[in-house]
Design a protein around this ligand. Structure first.
Ligand code: FE2
Length: 337
């Protein structure tokens, strides 16, 4: 059946006063022929507004809420999702409390070249992905073209590719440097970076894998005064103090591993002992996180461990952007990205 690459949308159910056309592609992978993959870019859209939309000129109506342009704004974060019963319980917990944007630090479908698993993953995520914006980066289970960035008026979010070259001559490095230079922190006070492979982890799984990338890019993020760095890959939850160059540093980003979305490989249960003083909280249970940015300097992070009955907050912290401290603002190493 021919379906047009077209989205009709508007602010009231079943009343579409706008219509945008796009294009479609498809691909073959050995014996797999994909369906049509439609790309339609709609907008401009107003912030904090619910839109109703329909794809292809017929069929089900979906609705979608755009993120607010002002604080507070809440991100839901879950990496290494996969498509297991654990994934379902993570998604159920996420649905229980509203959020504005979903961040996924890589490893989505665990298709691992088995293409029909992308289709089933799309169906699994449809009810969530159709209602809120989401941003993903590549994991080792899907190596594609990245990085990307997005600007949600008050929060600048950068997605980095752990499997894309990152040395100082690479396109990614040059792009990142130019992108960080452009951020006006008076207008966009918060800067969040998302990648797949953690730079800081005390779990035995994948231990040290992120070192090369950390050596290449950490000072760039530090000088740009990044607030929070999210990673996945290690199937656990771990929260660190603000760090720079393997030392606690109040002007550095807070590092969080949130690779416990629910994939088929299970949890990474073994941690190095004794626990590093840089690691504040670590636990290998399935769950998701919430970053609620309250205003230009205050935020709250919580980790919600999956539980059959309710979403259980097992770890939480209120914190301020390093930029709120005059010590970090006057740090002589800052400002030269
Ligand atoms: Fe991974």
């Amino acid at each position: 059946m021919h379906v047009a690459s077209m989205v009709e949308y508007g602010k009231h159910p079943k009343k579409y006063d706008k219509k945008t056309a796009g294009e479609s592609t498809s691909y073959r992978y050995f014996f797999y022929n994909s369906g049509k993959i439609h790309h339609v870019k709609i907008g401009p859209l107003q912030p904090n507004t619910k839109y109703y939309y329909r794809c292809g000129g017929h069929g089900d109506e979906f609705s979608f809420k755009t993120p607010p342009s002002k604080f507070p704004i809440e991100f839901a974060v879950a990496g290494d999702l996969g498509q297991t019963d654990w994934t379902l319980s993570t998604l159920d917990q996420m649905r229980k409390r509203d959020f504005d944007v979903f961040l996924l630090p890589g490893d989505l479908s665990y298709a691992d070249t088995h293409q029909p698993l992308w289709d089933s993953f799309g169906r699994l995520l449809e009810t969530l992905a159709s209602t809120r914006p989401w941003m993903v980066t590549e994991g080792n289970h899907e190596i594609e073209s990245f990085p990307i960035n997005d600007h949600i008026s008050c929060v600048h979010t950068v997605m980095l590719g752990s499997y894309t070259p990152y040395d100082s001559h690479s396109d990614q490095y040059q792009w990142l440097q130019a992108d960080l230079r452009k951020v006006d922190r008076k207008k966009t006070p918060w800067l969040v970076v998302v990648m797949h492979m953690p730079w800081y982890s005390t779990n035995k799984a994948h231990y040290g894998e992120g070192e090369k990338m950390r050596n290449a890019l950490e000072s760039l993020l530090y000088r740009a005064q990044v607030d929070v760095v999210f990673a996945g890959h290690v199937h656990t939850y771990e929260r660190f103090k603000p760090i720079y160059n393997k030392k606690a540093d109040p002007c550095g980003p807070m590092y969080i591993t949130i690779g416990d979305g629910g994939n088929r490989e299970g949890l990474a249960l073994r941690f190095n002992k004794p626990q590093s003083p840089l690691s504040v909280f670590r636990e290998s249970s399935f769950g998701h996180g919430r970053l609620r940015i309250i205003d230009h300097k205050r935020a709250h992070w919580s980790w919600h461990r999956n539980n059959d009955e309710m979403s259980f907050i097992a770890d939480e912290v209120s914190f301020e952007s390093p930029r709120a401290s005059s010590h970090c603002r006057s740090n002589r190493f800052r400002g030269e990205i």
